[in-house]
Design a protein around this ligand. Structure first.
Ligand code: NAD
Ligand code: TDX
Length: 345
């Protein structure tokens, strides 16, 4: 049982937020959820379809709308904050919504939580720490060099997206220290699973193959991401919300480092394609080389551990989901690909 019976989930109609809503509905029957979501291009009512209406309510609105936020927060026990502009490539084309939503939106939420004494959990990313060198470029291939992100790592964001997330993390930290905001922060690595927007790497390649388009790999494909199944992210956030220490930052990761070329080759194999059936395209400007999370603190202090650690089987389920849910993504595919094509990607 939890003391948080009525929670607000911002961005709960997006990829990770909606997976969290499903997780809470399935695992914590005493909790009611208000999803606050603007339904931008990345938000989708369909992600919440089938959930019990008496437990999950969708409020369509902006997290930067102080009047609406104050009204909702005054009636809640906790806020779990996922809403964000989340795509690096978009932030390189137009940073402005990233500043509005990720910085001003977070500010609006923490001001309301401060006013009403409401518990706040801030969902953030490992990208605030910038990148790490590739293991192959480290002496002894990086073994024992202490080469992962920890909660003490220096903030060093590279893109407009990651710098806006870093800004929001720092606001939360300051509100804890100066105003006693009851907040925790989590920084998670790259998520995969169902309901992820098809602009992102894994679903873009799966839906390319399903549409007869060749997958697109940026640059050399050597860049490393530390993959975690979104269900494991959800269990970690719930644990931090309910057992985490106020003011603390927890890093969430499942030891899932892989380079992009390896991931793409696995998708091609699982979808019955030749391992060379893809195009190498223009690299992302400022492309972070490698992310890797040390989640010891979360595992040792709170006893969390990931369940979905077989990447190949998680990827297979994800491919099956996009194959079986064509209507969820098909209408948007052409527009997403023409935006990339304009950019040479
Ligand atoms: P997403 O883009 O799929 O979903 C974002 C959701 O926020 C959408 O439903 C959108 O409509 C909503 N939203 C955007 N602006 C809003 C506003 N102003 N007011 C209200 N709602 C708004 O993103 P995601 O990949 O699910 O990421 C969710 C959170 O997790 C983000 O904070 C992101 O930084 C963080 N995160 C993501 C990853 C990842 O791998 N995707 C990893 C670590 C952390
Ligand atoms: O078509 C592509 N080809 C490609 O090679 C795309 C879309 C991406 N890539 C590469 C770029 C990255 O190295 O794949 C990797 C993953 O790309 P994205 O899916 O865009 O994710 P990334 O930039 O790593 O950021 C993600 O993880 C951290 C989320 O989008 C962020 O919201 C989260 O904070």
């Amino acid at each position: 049982m939890t003391e948080y019976k009525n929670i607000i989930v911002t961005g709960g109609a997006g990829f990770i937020g909606s997976n969290f809503v499903h997780y809470v509905v399935n695992n914590h029957p005493e909790v009611n959820i208000t999803v606050l979501d603007k339904l931008t291009y990345a938000g989708n009512r369909a992600n919440l379809a089938g959930l019990p209406e008496d437990r999950v309510k969708l409020v369509v609105g902006d997290i930067a709308d102080a009047e609406l936020v104050n009204k909702l927060v005054s009636q809640a026990d906790a806020v779990v904050h996922y809403a964000a502009e989340s795509h690096n490539d978009n932030s390189l084309i137009d940073p402005s919504p990233f500043i509005e939503t990720n910085i001003i939106g977070t500010y609006t939420l923490i001001e309301a939580c401060r006013k009403y004494g409401v518990r706040f959990h801030h969902v953030s990313t490992d990208e605030v720490y910038g990148d790490l060198p590739l293991r192959e470029d480290l002496p002894g291939h990086g073994e024992g060099v202490g080469e992962k992100f920890t909660p003490e790592s220096r903030y060093k964001p590279s893109s407009p997206y990651s710098s806006s997330k870093a800004s929001s993390d720092l606001l939360v930290r300051a509100w804890v220290r100066s105003f006693g905001l009851k907040a925790t922060i989590s920084n998670c690595s790259n998520n995969y699973g169902p309901y992820q927007h098809i602009e992102k790497f894994i679903p873009r390649q799966i839906t390319n193959i399903l549409s007869g388009i060749r997958p697109k790999l940026y640059g050399s494909g050597k860049n490393v991401r530390d993959w975690i199944h979104t269900n494991d992210h959800s269990s970690a956030v719930w644990m931090i919300l309910t057992k985490g220490k106020i003011g603390e930052t927890y890093l969430i990761g499942a030891d899932g480092e892989k380079n992009n070329k390896e991931v793409l080759e696995l998708i091609l194999e699982l979808m019955g394609q030749s391992s060379e059936a893809y195009d190498q395209v223009k690299d992302r400007p400022g492309h972070d080389l490698r992310y890797a999370i040390d989640s010891t603190k979360l595992r040792e202090e709170l006893g969390w551990k990931p369940e979905f650690t077989d990447f190949k089987s998680g990827l297979k389920h994800t491919i099956d989901w996009y194959t079986e849910n064509r209507s969820w993504w098909e209408d948007e595919k052409q527009a997403v690909e023409s935006k990339y094509a304009q950019n040479g990607q």
